[in-house]
Design a protein around this ligand. Structure first.
Ligand SMILES: *Cc1c(COP(=O)(O)O)cnc(C)c1O
Length: 366
């Protein structure tokens, strides 16, 4: 049996074992072609079936209404940070950005490069070091706003919008890189959703993008390089150029596996259980494990940040966990401490193993 660790990396991150095993089985002879999926034309009927299935599974799992298009792009969330204003903030259009973390700040900075002060900050919790989300009365959205951009899960700081921000009837654009498909939700207030696949859905190299038809109609700019135009990708069904075929194939495997285990409802239940176990342990030993997030209602189910009493103990924790077969626990460089990323592929049993380790660690070092 191959040796596998318990993977708590923040991204790229662990993938469901059955999705990898399927890839292993099919690697040398994909769909009877005598080739791997990496070696076959993206215009072949065998690849096309995978491409269509990845799109269909996204629609099915998320329950997307028919006025949404699924796009399989490249460039990660970073390219989307720029593509969004290039396509959607033409002429005098304005937008409001909610700044709740490292990634939200980057998205805002890139949008400002394109649209200057037509990109407004609706709220920011930078003064609180992003240790919480803004409250409803701290969010100011202009009546002339084309969209409100927010980051559904703040991967670095470990906060998450369990209830989406209240912004009147202005449509949302959302970076869901680190909590895409963690639970079912109503997509109808969203004009566009995007995220790199490498946290919750697959390998790096695929940017899953979901765009509503009226937002697609707003993308009328003819003077952008073709790759940057959402409209062209939509018209060509994400086959305008060579798509990242292997990444899309793995995404398909992950989504098919997600469906087989009961879809997003089952995944939500597992994610909530994991968070309950982890935060339960942190709260029980609050004199030893100190959470980074200051408001419990804002705690992320996907990234759990905490500190031990000293940086030396943080290091020792990471080292000993590694010896016990658990990797990826070191906190983000600007924050330090411990970050446990518990994306969809991390199982309840994995988290139980970590919590047992945490209990033991307090006993020995507390
Ligand atoms: C990881 C991450 C990003 C950066 O994604 P890239 O695919 O590397 O561009 C952006 N936003 C969030 C919320 C993330 O977690």
């Amino acid at each position: 049996m191959t040796h596998r660790v318990i993977n708590f990396y923040a991204g790229p991150a662990g993938l469901p074992l059955p999705a990898l095993e399927r890839a292993q089985e099919e690697l040398l002879d994909f769909a009877g072609t005598g080739m791997s999926v990496m070696e076959v034309s993206h215009r072949s009927k065998e690849y096309d079936a995978v491409h269509e299935e990845a799109i269909a599974l996204t629609k099915e799992l998320m329950g997307l209404p028919s006025n949404y298009k699924v796009l399989l792009l490249q460039g990660g969330a970073h390219l989307s940070f720029g593509m969004i204003p290039l396509n959607l903030l033409r002429n005098d259009k304005k937008a409001d950005y909610i700044v709740t973390g490292n990634w939200a700040e980057k998205a805002t900075k890139e949008a400002k490069l394109v649209a200057g002060d037509r990109v407004r900050v609706a709220a920011s919790t930078k003064e609180q070091k992003f240790s919480r989300l803004p409250h409803a009365d701290e969010i100011k959205v202009g009546p002339d706003s084309a969209f409100v951009h927010f980051t559904s899960n703040n991967t670095v700081e470990g906060t998450q919008w369990h209830e989406f921000p209240k912004v009147g009837h202005v449509p949302y654009i959302c970076d869901m890189s680190s909590d895409f498909m963690w639970r079912p939700f109503d997509v109808s207030p969203f004009g566009l959703i995007y995220g790199g696949a490498q946290k919750n859905l697959g390998p790096s190299g695929v940017t899953l993008t979901i765009i509503r038809e009226d937002f697609l109609e707003m993308c009328e700019a003819q003077d952008l390089p073709s790759y940057l135009r959402y409209k062209i990708h939509a018209e060509k069904n994400s086959l305008y150029n060579t798509p990242p075929t292997f990444g899309i194939y793995i995404l398909r495997n992950v989504l098919a596996y997600n469906k087989s285990i009961g879809g997003l409802k089952a995944i939500e239940a597992s994610n909530k259980k994991k968070a309950e176990l982890l935060y339960g342990c942190v709260d029980k030993h609050s004199g030893f494990y100190k959470g980074f997030v200051t408001e419990k209602a804002h705690r992320s189910v996907m990234n759990v940040d905490f500190f031990l009493p000293t940086p030396e103990l943080d290091d020792q924790f990471v080292k000993e966990a590694k010896k016990a077969g658990m990797v990826g626990l070191k906190g983000y460089r600007d924050i330090g401490g411990i970050r446990v990323s518990t994306y969809n592929a991390v199982t309840v049993d994995h988290v139980k193993t970590l919590v047992d380790f945490m209990e033991q660690f307090v006993k020995t070092n507390g």
